[in-house]
Design a protein around this ligand. Structure first.
Ligand code: NAD
Ligand code: MG
Length: 394
C-alpha cells in the first residue's frame, strides 16, 4: 500500500534527497505534506511535480506568495503557514511517516508533535536529540512512536544492530544483546592533516570544502571542527542507550564505512556505501524492507584503501567539549549546540578565527548554571541564554 509522507524541510538538502527517493518509488510513497521555511521558488517546483495535498511555509509572506503562484498555475495544493499549522499537518491521521528535516531548534516542536501521535519518525534533525534527548526518548516510549535514524552514522549503526535492539531503540541494553561498542566514524574534515599551528589561520572557504559529503555551510564547518561528530556522539548515546565506555570515535577519511558495531564475540558489523544521503533516507522509509534509492553500487575495485586513525583532542577541542557536555546533561548539550551555532556564524562572517569556535563554546559552558530542563520551553530558554552569552563573548 502507498504510504503518505510528511516532509518537514522539503526544500533543504535532506528534503530534496527524500523527494528524489520518492521519485524512484512512486507506487510506494506519496509526498502528502511538504513543509519549508521561505524558499517559494523551490516549493512551487515541488508542488508542481509531487502534487502534495498540503504544504506549509514557516514564513507568512512566503506562504501568501506560494498560494497566489499555485492558484495561477492551477495547482490544487492547500497552503498553510506558521508553526502550529506545521504541527497540525504532521499529526494528520493520513500521514504514515514524518521526515523530520527542518534545520536547528526550529524543528523541535514539529518533531515532538509527530512523536506524540505515535508516528514513524525519520529523524534527520539531530538537534532534537542533542537538546532534548531525554524528553524525546521518553515521549517515544510513552506514545509508542517509531524512530528511524537518518543521520548516516546512526543509520549505519541501526543497520548493524540486532533486531531486538532495533525494536526497542533507546531502551534496550546493548551489553545484554552482545554489543560491546558502537564505533562512530568521521572523515576528520578538510584539516585532518593540517599542522595544528596553522589551524588558527584557516579561512571559511577552506573549512567548507568538505572532501566527501556535499552539505550546507554550517554542518561543513562542524565537520572541520568535528563538532558534528560531537553532536552525533550525543545523538548516539540517546538513540542507542549507550554508556560512555560503549562508544568509540574513529577517523576514517574515505567515508566509505559509515559506522560500525563491535560485538563481544569479536565480530564487527559495518554498513558501507557511497557517501550519499539517499541510502540512509531510503532505508529509514522502507525498513525493514529495502527499496531503490538511486545510489549507484559501490565498486570495491575502485577503492584504493580504507584507513583509520584516532582523533586528537588538541586538533579537535570541540569534540571533547561535546563528550563532556553529554556527561553534564541536557542544559549543557543545549548550550553547547546554541553557542556553537553563534560561533560558527561568526567564523563564517570572519569575526573570529577557526580555533576560537571552541573557545567561545567553552566559555559559554563555563558560565552555565541552569538546572536540567523538564520541558521544551525550558530547553528554548537555555538555548536563548547560550546564544546571548555567546554573542556577548564575541
Ligand atoms: P537545509 O538547511 O538544507 O534545509 C533545512 C530545511 O528546513 C529547508 O527546507 C528550510 O526551508 C526548512 N526550514 C528552516 N527553518 C524552518 C522553520 N522555522 N520552519 C519550517 N521549515 C524550516 O538543512 P539540511 O542539510 O537538509 O539538514 C536538515 C537537518 O538534517 C539538520 O538538522 C541537519 O543536522 C540534519 N542532517 C543533515 C545531513 C545532510 O547531509 N545534509 C546529514 C545528517 C543530518
Ligand atoms: Mg552524520
Amino acid at each position: 500500500m502507498q504510504k503518505n509522507i510528511a516532509i518537514l524541510g522539503s526544500t533543504g538538502s535532506i528534503g530534496t534527497s527524500t523527494l528524489s527517493v520518492i521519485r524512484h518509488n512512486p507506487a510506494l510513497y506519496k509526498a502528502y505534506v511538504l513543509v519549508g521555511g521561505k524558499n517559494v521558488t523551490k516549493m512551487v517546483e515541488q508542488c508542481l511535480e509531487f502534487k502534495p495535498k498540503y504544504v506549509a511555509m514557516a514564513d507568512a509572506s512566503s506562504a501568501q506568495l506560494l498560494r497566489q503562484t499555485l492558484r495561477e498555475l492551477n495547482n490544487q495544493t492547500e497552503v498553510f503557514t506558521g508553526e502550529q499549522a506545521i504541527c497540525d499537518l504532521t499529526q494528520l491521521p493520513e500521514v504514515d511517516q514524518v521526515m523530520a528535516a527542518i534545520v536547528g531548534a526550529a524543528g523541535l516542536r514539529s518533531t515532538l508533535a509527530a512523536i506524540k501521535k505515535g508516528k514513524r519518525v525519520l529523524l534527520a534533525n539531530k538537534e532534537s536529540l542533542v537538546t532534548c534527548g531525554h524528553l524525546f526518548m521518553q515521549a517515544v516510549k510513552e506514545y509508542q512512536a517509531e524512530l528511524l535514524p537518518v543521520d548516516s552514522e546512526h543509520n549505519a549503526i541501526f543497520q548493524s544492530l540486532p533486531t531486538a535492539v532495533q525494536r526497542d531503540l533507546g531502551f534496550a541494553n546493548l551489553a545484554e544483546h552482545g554489543v560491546s561498542q558502537i564505533i562512530l566514524t568521521g572523515s576528520g574534515g578538510p584539516f585532518r592533516d593540517t599542522n595544528i599551528s596553522e589551524l588558527k589561520q584557516v579561512t571559511p572557504e577552506q573549512a567548507i570544502a568538505h572532501p566527501n559529503w556535499s552539505m550546507g555551510r554550517k554542518i561543513s564547518v562542524d565537520s572541520a571542527t568535528m563538532m558534528n561528530k560531537g553532536l552525533e556522539y550525543i545523538e548516539a548515546r540517546w538513540l542507542f542507550n549507550a554508556m560512555a565506555d560503549e562508544m568509540e570515535i574513529i577517523i576514517h577519511p574515505q567515508s566509505i564505512i559509515h559506522s560500525m558495531v563491535r560485538y563481544h564475540d569479536g565480530s564487527v558489523i559495518a554498513e558501507l556505501g557511497h557517501p550519499d544521503m539517499c541510502t540512509p533516507i531510503a532505508y529509514s522509509m522502507s525498513y525493514p524492507e529495502r527499496i531503490l534509492s538511486g545510489v549507484p553500487p559501490l565498486d570495491f575495485t575502485q577503492l584504493s584503501q580504507l584507513t583509520f586513525k584516532q582523533p586528537d583532542f588538541s586538533r579537535y577541542p570541540c569534540l571533547k567539549l561535546a563528550i563532556d557536555a553529554y556527561q553534564s546533561g541536557q542544559a549543557a548539550t543545549t548550550s553547547l549546540n546554541a553557542a556553537n551555532e553563534i560561533a560558527v556564524e561568526a567564523f563564517l562572517n570572519r569575526q573570529i578565527g577557526f580555533m576560537e569556535i571552541a573557545a567561545v563554546v567553552e566559555n559559554v559552558l563555563s558560565q552555565l548554571s541552569s538546572a536540567e530542563p523538564s520541558s521544551i520551553e525550558e530547553v528554548f530558554h537555555i538555548d536563548e541564554w547560550a546564544r546571548q552569552t555567546a554573542r556577548a563573548i564575541l
